[in-house]
Design a protein around this ligand. Structure first.
Ligand code: ADP
Length: 583
């Protein structure tokens, strides 16, 4: 009995077994009750023996079912056994005048709930036909009915009602119990998923931070090597180190973006931007790669395109760069072409249309639906020499989804592919861009030595708890002529900002004891502070547009993410100090 109750209450047991156990226990209680009553009411020996044998057979079947685990067969056999005893109880307990009709109803519920599949249909049919036959026989031959006394019939009727009440209450308690247990499990799982999401978020951002910090040192110091007079071999090695570092960063950024997109944490940052400037940035970032491979590369912009658009420029660039770098990556010879145009729909919504066509390896038709699935690379064997994570197009698709844009691909295997992208944008200035030449608009060599002495009038303070980062900043600014002091943490920086006035403070974010944001606030409100109005730039390994938004909200004047290039560092300092205007 104890194990039966345990099994009924155990949420790990399959629902069908629990129901079978519950209803069989009630049926057994009924058999015991009816047998006891038959003995007390002075029933004949044959009747009592059949009742006892039936009860024994039924309980043995139930026990064997649990022992062997053959639930389907066991429940069908016990249903039939239960039903076989029905005619006997029907005729011996006064037929429709006694408790038989209620027992019949219970039999049907039992069969329906414990059996499955075709056994259920067969057993239900047998029960209904068998009961019908009992009713017909008792109607045609009433003398076959063993009519009891009026008192006995009342007792039987009362016992039957007790049985049905017990059945209904048990079923109700069971269903409520199952519902509550399921609810508890769902709530627990919800909490676990939330905790997992948080842990994943923490993991990705700390992973990105931890990787960026050493890569900052590698790329920064490598840039110094590239600025020196070095042999061709050393230059080539340094350039390879640079490419490997950038590729590592690109992968980290992709993983970070994918995690943000999958957990719904990717936020768009719309703003006005110049269409031509956005396109020339794209050209600058892709031109040299196409040239290195000897490809014909063309960017054509419709002269009618509006000169200023409103949208998330950085994400649009990311989408186009992913598709264009793929086109260049997967094209051995021939051409890559980006055509940019626009259209306005009936509702007056403007769409930026970008078509990227290449004469590359192409994609088999059956593989096109898999292109946008994360971590899926197509023809992995053939393309193993080409670097990639299989994340680029998944990011493109998800970014387009949140921007309400679309992408479609047509490709001929072995001949080339064409990506058609449409992104809704607001028009900020409808003046047409006119004819523009987007050839060779590259930003120049980012490792080029800085203009000597360009920042010579400036005093700069760099705050970072990693000594290597301070070395890198000092070296990157060495040729600019700026006087660079360093502080290894917030407390030291606060001491220095009382004594010296700096034009620009380059501040790390994550530092022990006092982080960069707190240090910024203290400098801004410092008593006797000489740097309340200084320009403070967050120079951090925390990448991402949300972080940039946070830093700007906190009051930083600028933001640079590590690893930083010498040129970008100089440009940001010049922007903030207005030195470029003087020169
Ligand atoms: P990967 O980092 O592998 O390039 P993507 O998500 O950017 O990942 O692309 C997924 C796969 O789609 C690639 O592995 C490649 O097989 C295929 N692919 C993408 N763009 C092109 C293209 N222009 N030509 C041929 N195959 C492409």
């Amino acid at each position: 009995m104890r194990s039966a109750i345990k099994r009924i209450l155990n949420p790990e047991t399959p629902l069908q077994s629990r129901l079978f156990q519950l209803l069989s226990t009630i049926a057994l209680a009924e058999f015991v009750l009816v047998s006891a009553y038959t003995v007390v009411a002075g029933g004949d020996a044959v009747h009592i023996s059949i009742m006892l044998i039936g009860t024994a057979l039924f309980s043995t079947t139930v026990a064997l079912t649990f022992k062997t685990g053959k639930m389907r067969a066991g429940s069908a056999i016990s249903s039939l056994l239960y039903f076989l005893m029905y005619p006997l109880t029907f005729f011996s307990s006064g037929g429709m005048y006694g408790g038989a009709p209620v027992v019949f109803a219970f039999a049907l519920v039992y069969v329906y709930l414990v059996t499955q599949g075709w056994e259920r249909a067969a057993c239900l049919a047998a029960c209904i036909i068998g009961s019908g036959v009992c009713y017909i026989v008792s109607c045609r031959f009433p003398e076959l009915l063993d009519r009891h006394t009026v008192t006995a019939e009342h007792i039987e009727s009362f016992l039957s009602i007790l049985l049905v009440t017990l059945l209904l209450c048990s079923l109700f308690a069971f269903v409520t119990g199952v519902y509550r247990a399921e609810n508890r499990i769902v709530q627990k799982q919800k909490k676990e998923i939330e905790a997992l999401n948080q842990a994943q978020k923490r993991f990705f951002s700390s992973m990105s931070h931890e990787i960026r910090t050493p890569v900052n040192a590698i790329i920064g110091l490598n840039e110094m090597t590239l600025r020196e007079e070095i042999s061709d071999e050393v230059r080539q090695n340094a350039q390879n180190i640079e490419a490997a570092g950038r590729s590592l960063l690109h992968t980290v950024n992709e993983i970070l973006d994918m995690s943000r997109l999958e957990t719904g944490r990717m936020e768009l940052m719309p703003g006005d931007y110049e269409t031509v400037s956005m396109l020339s940035d794209i050209a600058g970032m892709t031109w040299s790669r196409a040239q290195e491979k000897g490809l014909e590369y063309e960017i054509e912009a419709d002269p009618e395109l509006p000169s200023k658009l409103r949208g998330d420029e950085a994400r649009i660039k990311q989408i186009l760069l992913n598709v264009l770098t793929n086109a260049i990556k997967y094209t051995k010879a021939g051409s890559v072409k980006l055509t940019v145009s626009g259209r306005t729909d009936e509702a007056g919504r403007f769409y930026l249309i970008c078509d990227v066509a290449d004469t590359g390896i192409g994609i088999r038709e059956e593989n096109i639906p898999r292109l946008f699935t994360a971590f899926q690379r197509i023809d992995e064997k053939e393309n193993r020499a080409i670097e990639g994570t299989g994340l680029g197009l998944a990011i493109v698709k998800q970014l387009l989804d949140i921007m309400e844009g679309t992408v479609c691909v047509t490709s001929t295997y072995g001949k080339g592919s064409a990506f058609h992208i449409e992104i809704p944008q607001e028009v900020a200035d409808g003046k047409p861009i006119g004819e523009v030449n987007l050839k060779r608009t590259g930003k120049g060599n980012p490792s080029a030595p800085s203009s000597a002495g360009s920042l010579s009038s400036l005093k700069i303070l760099a705050v970072d708890d990693t000594p290597m980062n301070l070395t890198v900043i000092k070296k990157l600014l060495r040729d600019t002529g700026a006087a660079v002091d360093t502080a290894s943490g917030g407390a030291e920086a606060l001491k220095m900002t009382v004594e010296t006035r700096y034009d620009v403070i380059l501040m790390d974010h994550q530092m022990p004891e006092m982080d960069g944001i707190e240090c910024l606030h203290q400098i801004r409100t410092q008593e006797n502070g000489k740097n309340r109005g200084s320009k403070i730039v967050c120079l951090t390994a925390n990448a991402g547009l949300e972080m940039e938004k946070l830093y700007r909200q906190e009051g930083f004047d600028g933001f640079l993410s590590k690893p930083v290039r010498g040129k970008a560092l100089e440009n940001e300092i010049e922007r903030l100090t207005g030195d470029w205007k003087k020169s």
